[in-house]
Design a protein around this ligand. Structure first.
Ligand SMILES: Cc1ncc(C[n+]2csc(CCOP(=O)(O)OP(=O)(O)O)c2C)c(N)n1
Length: 323
């Protein structure tokens, strides 16, 4: 069995396929959204792929995750069905939430995805609630909250980490640190944006600052945090440094210069793992081409499925509103 820094080939390939699936899904989503095929807003996960892939590959189906306004990558990494996801983004009845959620509130409880969230910082208390329920039910599940660097300046972040720490809850807090909050460089409103993992010290829990574009580093760091949480030792805070490849949302005016965006795109989680696999002869350029073609075909199939699916009927507007 070939290995890359001690990681076996099957694991590296699985991680690679997940980040590639997120990349191709999001690039396709960018195209169809900009072509005016969908309503509303869409915020893409491009540049962050290795975070969701590296963390979620340590999770079981019944573990929980909470997500953000940038949630497609989390759903895919947790095992989401991309046909149903794409149909959801098109607002179709065949979508994960019957076309009611669209991009911003996509959820799938059958795989533990408690929801994307338009409210910045809101996933943290939800994950703590899930963690508390796990503790009460005495199961071996864990809950992961993904959120941005901007969200770490919300009160919900501090309250959530403090509560999870005090009760030793099985929660992993994962910061997707692209150093931007919409058009605000987070460093202008926060002195420690580079090392947000250091904030863990204030709550007496482990904190890590890692390269979020390196899927192997994310995987190994998350593995440790998940093991700690599952064994009842409590939460970990992981600060994953990444870059945002597109604007805040598709179609916005990016505050960055063309050169700054070019620099950001050079920090590329997909290219990084491809190069490392090529260097140790774990994969060939032809195999990369084949993987890309195969996954792109799946994504195109998902778009086709979504386009052909029906939109909800106006008379069904009140369905699923009250339980
Ligand atoms: C409570 C709240 N405040 C403000 C907003 C507007 N808003 C949407 S996304 C965003 C920036 C979030 O930045 P960050 O948490 O770093 O995530 P990123 O978009 O960089 O992934 C803001 C301020 C909101 N949706 N919710």
């Amino acid at each position: 069995m070939q290995s890359l820094n001690g990681f076996d080939k099957n694991l590296v390939l699985e991680l690679y396929k997940t980040i590639l699936k997120i990349r191709l899904f999001e690039e396709t989503q960018s195209r169809v959204f900009k072509a005016g095929e969908q309503e509303g807003f869409t915020h893409l996960y491009l540049g962050a792929e290795a975070v969701a892939a590296g963390v979620c590959s340590n999770l079981n189906k019944d573990d929980f995750i909470t997500s953000t306004h940038r949630g497609h990558g989390h759903m895919i990494a947790k095992g989401g069905d991309i046909k149903k996801m794409m149909a959801e983004l098109y607002g179709r009845t065949t979508g994960t939430c019957q076309g009611r959620s669209g991009s911003l509130h996509i959820a799938d409880r059958s795989i533990g995805v408690l929801g994307a969230n338009g409210i910045v910082g809101d996933g943290n208390p939800i994950a703590v609630g899930a963690g508390y329920s796990i503790k009460l039910r005495k199961t071996k599940q864990v809950a992961v909250s993904f959120f941005g660097d901007g969200a770490t300046n919300q009160g919900t972040f501090h309250e959530s980490v403090n509560m999870a720490s005090s009760f030793d809850l099985p929660v992993i807090f994962v910061i997707e640190n692209n150093q931007l909050s919409c058009g605000v460089p987070t460093g202008t409103v926060c002195k420690v944006v580079e090392n947000l993992g250091d904030r863990a010290a204030a709550y007496g829990i482990p904190g890590e600052n890692i390269d979020g574009a390196d899927v192997l580093q994310v995987y190994i760091t998350a593995k440790k945090a998940v093991e700690r949480a599952r064994s009842g030792k409590g939460p970990t805070l992981i600060n994953c440094k990444i870059t945002r490849h597109h604007g805040h949302f598709e179609g916005d005016v990016d505050i960055r210069t063309k050169e700054e965006v070019e620099e950001a795109v050079k920090i590329d989680p997909v290219g990084k793992i491809e190069n490392r696999m090529l260097e140790v002869n774990m994969i060939t350029k032809d195999e990369i081409k084949l993987y890309r073609e195969k996954i792109q075909k799946l994504v195109d199939g998902a778009v086709d499925f979504a386009r052909k699916s029906p939109v909800p009927k106006p008379e069904d507007a009140m369905k699923y509103v009250y339980a």
